[in-house]
Ligand binder design. Structure first.
Ligand SMILES: Cc1cc2nc3c(=O)[nH]c(=O)nc-3n(C[C@H](O)[C@H](O)[C@H](O)COP(=O)(O)OP(=O)(O)OC[C@H]3O[C@@H](n4cnc5c(N)ncnc54)[C@H](O)[C@@H]3O)c2cc1C
Length: 488
């Protein structure tokens, strides 16, 4: 349903006129092409929207590009991503790289084939930002930061004529197909020949991408998969505390009968574990997980204990499987190998080694170098009987079941899954469902229905799809399409 248009908005149907809002159009007489000037609104100033604007601006003065963002400044999440070292892309072999997007991300592959890790590095270098390949193929700018890259990029965009309108929150469409914005000066409506939406996902809302666009598009009949946390942390199941008089199962059964469903399982580490180990890393461990459909994940790496569970790169890498298993089954249990360099037999031999008067903790430390958070999680998750039994303890060290009961809220996640479904889009990333969206709408970036692990895959796909959407607009209108951002 189109949004109702308050009467006073008509006065503001002007943004793409030569005199309003500092937006200058090149006089059509001075444009060598006989084609009329194409007015394109790009909404969303993250990497995807900026790349779309770059491609459009590369087509020259016959395309006028205005970029709108709800926030006071551009690229806030991009800048945050740079805080811990901006992982731009990944230099692993192309066939491995492409697999990171899974079946869901298959429609991205042609875009990534055109603008993949090598092209992305060349693009950064054209902006004066040298990159290097770190461990596991991760590619960073030489100084690790996002700000110099963003500065150079904005400089080029401005120089090529892109106009920026900050504090413009897109609210949907007017009856007449205009784009509605709220601005500090009041509501604004504008007309454009095409729109690129690059509104981001649903995490870190305070940086701008709050997912508020979902009902706007869904309300117009655009198929949108619900946004969900991706690359997220999880809460562990709390250890059940049962009294002899009221065993845990009896209590759960009682609630199930009373309210028709089992109560939400209690979550979190014990106070003892949480207060001592929240924020500490599990280094050099391995995580194995098989979901109820038989899909399996197994990898070495590291992750961190949080106040109520786990997060970090190794957990993020399996987060989509864990999240889906929790929503299907109520919980997901992964197996944690605390000593991946030792076989189960070696671990058992060391545990069985006579320990004399030493405590079990000192024994584990001296024989297996197992102490700190790695020893503590054994005491946290194994029962007394298992700790006392060498065979069960060895099994726990090599495959400790860690039961997760909830994904952390989407706002805390690195990225989100879900978004505009690819079946609603054509190869130009134009929204074709519904068929009557006017002006034509193109979508790019994290707001599309794909997900990928951390490791540079997110940024690469956002940039590649932004490039594809920018080119898509040009193709749709029969304009010349440049191969490179910046019009090279
Ligand atoms: C802490 C953190 C670290 C990260 N590190 C990395 C990393 O190192 N490497 C990597 O590949 N990825 C990383 N990511 C993920 C990456 O930053 C995102 O995937 C990427 O920024 C998404 O780009 P986008 O252009 O699709 O959306 P965004 O960057 O989210 O931009 C969307 C823009 O749209 C604007 N907007 C939203 N709604 C409206 C509206 N209604 N009207 C107007 N404007 C609107 C927002 O203000 C925002 O500026 C990180 C994410 C986080 C949170």
């Amino acid at each position: 349903m189109p949004l109702a248009l308050p009467g006073r908005l008509d006065r503001f149907t002007h943004l793409f006129s030569p005199h309003a809002n500092g937006f200058t159009l090149t006089d059509s007489a001075s444009i060598s092409s006989s084609l009329p000037t194409l007015r394109v609104a790009v909404i969303g100033g993250g990497p995807a929207g900026l790349m779309a604007a770059d491609m459009l601006a590369g087509a020259g003065p016959a395309v006028s590009v205005q970029l709108f963002d709800a926030m006071p400044s551009i690229g806030r999440k991009f800048l945050l991503a740079g805080r811990g070292g901006l992982n731009l892309t990944n230099a692993e072999p192309p066939e491995v790289f492409m697999r990171r997007y899974g079946a869901q991300g298959a429609p991205l592959l042609p875009m990534l084939a055109e603008f993949g890790p090598a092209e992305l590095r060349a693009w950064a270098e054209a902006l004066g930002i040298e990159t290097f390949v770190g461990s596991s193929g991760l590619v960073f700018p030489k100084d690790m930061k996002a700000a110099p890259l963003l500065r150079a990029w904005l400089h080029r965009l401005r120089a090529s004529g892109v106009q920026f309108s900050m504090r413009h929150r897109w609210l949907g469409w007017s009856e007449g197909g205009g784009l509605l914005f709220s601005t500090p000066a009041g509501p604004v409506q504008l007309q454009a020949d095409a729109v690129v939406l690059a509104l981001g996902g649903g995490s870190w809302a305070r940086l701008g991408s709050d997912g508020a666009w979902v009902p706007l598009l869904a309300g117009r009949g655009v198929p949108v998969a619900p946004l969900q946390p991706s690359n997220c942390g999880f809460d562990v199941a709390a250890r059940p505390v049962a009294t002899a008089a009221e065993p845990v199962e009896t209590r759960r059964d009682f609630f199930k009968e009373l309210i028709g469903q089992a109560p939400q399982p209690a979550a979190g580490w014990s106070e003892h574990f949480s207060s001592r180990f929240a924020g500490q890393p599990f280094k050099s461990v391995a995580l194995q997980f098989t979901d109820s459909q038989g899909r399996s994940f197994s990898r070495r790496g590291e992750f961190v204990a949080t106040a109520s569970g786990v997060e970090g790169s190794l957990v993020y890498a399996v987060s989509s499987l864990l999240r889906d298993e929790i929503s299907a089954q109520g919980s997901a249990t992964f197996l944690l190998d605390l000593l991946p360099d030792k076989s189960p037999e070696q671990v058992l031999v060391e545990i069985r080694h006579p320990r004399g008067s030493r405590s079990l903790s000192s024994h584990l430390k001296s024989r297996l170098n197992l102490d700190g958070i790695k020893a503590a999680i054994l005491y946290e998750l194994l029962g007394k009987d298992e700790i006392a039994d060498p065979v069960k303890l060895a099994a726990g060290i090599k495959a400790l079941p860690v039961r997760l009961v909830a994904a952390r809220p989407i706002d805390e996640a690195i990225s989100s899954a879900g978004g505009v479904r690819f079946e609603a889009l054509d190869a130009n990333l134009q929204v074709m469902v519904p068929a009557d969206l006017r002006p034509p709408v193109f979508c790019a970036g994290e707001m599309l229905d794909w997900e990928a692990p951390t490791g540079g895959y997110l940024m690469t796909a956002c940039l590649a799809s932004g490039r594809a959407a920018g080119q898509g607009v040009l193709r749709h209108f029969g304009r010349q399409v440049s191969r490179q951002p910046g019009g090279a």
